[in-house]
Design a protein around this ligand. Sequence first.
Ligand code: ADP
Length: 631
Amino acid sequence: MPLHYEMAQIKAEKKRFEEAVEHYGYCIQHLSVAEDDIMRATILKDAAMSHYALADYNQSLACLLQAETYLKPGKADSLRSSILDWTSVMYTNLGDYVSALDFQHQAMNIRQELGDSLGIASCYYTLGDIYSRQEEIKTAIDYFERSLAIAQRHQDQFLEYTCLASLANFNETIDQLDMCFYYSKQALALANALEYDYGKAYANNTLGNYYLKTGNVDSAELCFDTALELAQDFGDKGEQCVSLVGLANVHKQSRRFRAAEAYLMLALGLAQDHNERLAEIEIYEALAEMNFDRGNYKAAYESLRLKHGLKDSMISEDTRFNLANMQAGYQTEIAVRQLQSEKEAAILANQEQLVQTYKMAIAGGLAFIMIVAWLIYARQRSRRKHFRAMKHRNSIIAQQNETLRAYNEDLEHFTYAISHDLREPLNHVVTMGMLIEENVKRNRYEALTECASIAKKSAERMLTMLTSLLNYARLKDKTEATDAIAMDGVAQEALSNLNGTLEERKGQVEVGELPTIRANKEHMILLLQNLIGNGLKYNDSKSPVIKLSSERHNGHWQFCVEDNGQGIDPKYFGHVFGMFNRVQNNVAVKGSGMGLAMCKKIVERHKGKIWVESEPGHGSKFYFTMPAIAA
Ligand code: ADP
C-alpha cells in the first residue's frame, strides 16, 4: 500500500490524474493497513484532489466525507479544516450551496481557533466563490476583498492573485468596469511575476471581456488569443472555452457571424467533451444571442432551449437531490412523529389501563375493606350481644343461685326447726301422754290434771311455733313490691297494730324523720312491728321509750330502732336472728323466737342488712338498711 500511495502522489504531481486515482483506489481499498487515522484521512484527501482535478466532484466529495470520519474534533485540526474546506468546494461545484456554506463555516471556525490567518483568508475566498455562484455578487466581492487584504498582509502572492482575478472577473459581471480593469491589471502583473500560466490566461480572458465591454475589440481579441494560447499550452479546457467564447463575441461584435459561430462550436465541443456544464450553458447563451443578432430566430430558439434544458437538468438534478433529501427528511419526520404518536397513544392507553386497574383495585379494596369491616362489626355486635346476654344470664343465674342459697338456708332452718325445735314440745306432749296412760293404769288420777295441763301447754306452744313458721314460710311467697312507700306512714300502721302493747307497757315511741323507699309495705309494717314490739317486750323500764330514726348513707337508708330495755349480751348478737332462737333468760317472756328471723329475711329480701348493737342493761339498737330511691 505505501508503494501505491507513493506512486499515486508522483502521478498526481505529474498531472497524470487518471493513473493517480487508480493507485489511490488501491490505497483506499487497503486503508486498514495504514499507520493511523491521520494517515487514512491524508490518503483520502489526496485522492479527493486527484478526482477534483478530473472534475469528478462526486468521487472527490465521497473521499473527503470519508476522510472526515477519521478525524474527531480536536484531532489534527489543520488537516481537518482543510478537508472541510475542500468538502465545501466540492459541494459548491455540485451546486449544493447550503452544504457548501455549512462546511466552509466549519472550516473557518477551526481556523479561527487555530489563529490561522491565511486559512481564514482562504475561507473568505471560498465563501466569495459560493456567493458568486448564487449570483450574490456584491457579497462575493466583499469576501474576496477581505481575503485579498489578509493575503497581501501575509504576502501570500498566489492567494493574492486568485483574489485579484476573481475581483476583476466579478466587477466585470456587475459592470464595475473601472474596478474590473484595476484588478485585472494587478492580477496579470502578479501572474506574470509568478510565471503562473493559468493566472495569466484567466487574467487575459477577464481583460478581454473588459475590452469587449468598453468597445476595444482589438485589444479584446489580443487578450483572448493570448489566453487561448496559454490555456492550450497547459491543457486547461475551461479557460480555453472562455477564450473561444470571448473570440466568438469579438467576431460577433464585428458581425462576422460565421467565424463567431465556428468559435462557439469549437468551445461547445470542448465543454461537452470535458463535461464543463457551466461553460456549455454560457456557450448556448452566446449562440442564442448571436443567432438572434443574425435574425436566425429558429437557431436562437434552439440554442436557448438547449441552454435552458441544460440549466433545468442541472437545476432538476439539484432539485431532485434536494427533494430526495427533503423527502427522506420528511418521511423520517413522519415516521418519527408516527412512532411518537403511537408511543404516546400506547403510553396513554397504558396509563388509562393503569388508572382503570387502580380504580378497580381501589374499588375492590374498598369493597373488601367494607365487607371485612362489616364482618368485624357484625361479629363484634353479635359478640357484644352474646356477651350482654351471657352477662344477663349470669346475673340471673347468680340471682337464682342466691335465691336458691337462701331457699336452701331456709330449708335447712326449716328442717332443723321441724326436726329439733318442734320435737321438744312434741316430746313433751308424747311424754305427758305416756304419763297420763301410766297414771290411768295405776289409777293415779290426781296427777292427770297436771299432765294434761303440761301437754296442753306444749301443744299450744307447738301451735304457736307452727303458726309463726307458716308466717315465715309465707313470706317468700309474697312478691316483692317495688312501690314507693313512705316509711313514716308504715311506722304509724305498725304502731296502731301495737296499740294494746303500748298501752299495757305505757310505752312511748318517738318517730324521727323517715324517708320514702321502694319496698313491700306489708313486710315493712311487719319489720317495724317486730322490732318496736321487741323493744317494748324486752324492757324492764317503767316507761319504755322506743326511738325510730333514719340516716342517709351512700345509696341506701340506714334505719335504727333504739330502746331503753334490758339489752343483749354481745355473744347472742348473731344467735338472736336465727329461727326459734331466743336468749335463755327471756323464756318467761312470751315469744316463739321467730320474730327476728323474719326481720332478717324481710331485710335481706330487700337487699339490705340487719344487725344489733347493745350492752346488757343499757338498751339495744337494731339497725337495718334499705336501698334508697335513685335521684
Ligand atoms: P321472741 O321475741 O319471739 O323470743 P325474737 O326472735 O323476736 O323472738 O327474739 C329473739 C330473742 O332475742 C328474744 O327471745 C330476746 O331474748 C332477744 N331480744 C329480742 N329483742 C330484744 C330487745 N329489744 N332487747 C333485748 N333482747 C331482745
